[in-house]
Design a protein around this ligand. Structure first.
Ligand code: IMP
Ligand code: MG
Length: 186
């Protein structure tokens, strides 16, 4: 497991992201929507750096990956959403890989009544993008490697690592102690 971003680098990146959001949104009411499950650590750290009136909600998204490190079919669950009618929304996810998750979610949040939707991600893999949209706020651009930690998982494991690390094949075999079972992770 090779470290890509340390705790200090992550903390500095989230300070910067929060300052950018505050600079654009000021004290206006904002609904911050996190994408389960990968955004939970980022949400906790980001929310505590944002000022002004904030509402929080979550949605769930998953690509069928199993033990693979490439995305498959996208599943969305929006039943946890608060009422977005007339709200300005900040949609927060762990990583912008192909971009298909955030592209689909932005459209869904508009359908649920949001007047504006900005997007924020901790990580982006610029060489992997398959959509026209780009996140409004990006913590770090990273190379095309499969990363874990700080909320990101492989086959359900490693979300609790406090740093972002590159998963190597030997580590991947041991993820969650389930070497080969195909299952949904997000
Ligand atoms: P996208 O729809 O291809 O942009 O994929 C976004 C989702 O795929 C993220 O929310 C993550 O859950 C997952 N994902 C993409 N790349 C990685 C990675 O390197 N490590 C862990 N999860 C990833
Ligand atoms: Mg995710």
């Amino acid at each position: 497991m090779k470290r890509l971003l340390s705790r200090d680098e992550l903390a500095a990146g989230i300070d910067r992201l929060a300052a950018e959001v505050r600079g654009d949104c000021g004290d206006k009411p904002l609904t911050v929507i996190g994408v389960l499950t990968g955004s939970i650590v980022l949400m906790a750290d980001l929310l505590r750096r944002l000022e002004g009136p904030i509402e929080v909600g979550m949605v769930w998204a998953s690509s069928y990956r199993g033990t693979a490190t490439r995305p498959g079919r996208l599943d969305l669950r929006l039943d946890l959403l608060p009422d977005l009618t007339g709200r300005d929304v900040l949609l927060v996810d762990d990583i912008f890989d192909t971009g298909r998750t955030l592209e689909a979610l932005v459209a869904s949040l508009h359908q649920h009544g949001a007047v504006s939707v900005r997007t924020l991600v901790l990580l982006r893999k610029p060489t992997r993008t398959e959509v026209v949209m780009n996140p409004d706020y990006v913590g770090f651009d990273i190379p095309d490697a499969f990363v874990v930690g700080y909320g990101l998982d492989h086959d359900g494991a490693w979300r609790n690592l406090p740093e972002i690390c590159i998963l190597d094949p030997a580590d991947a075999e041991g993820s969650a102690g389930r070497p080969s079972a195909a299952q949904t992770t997000d």
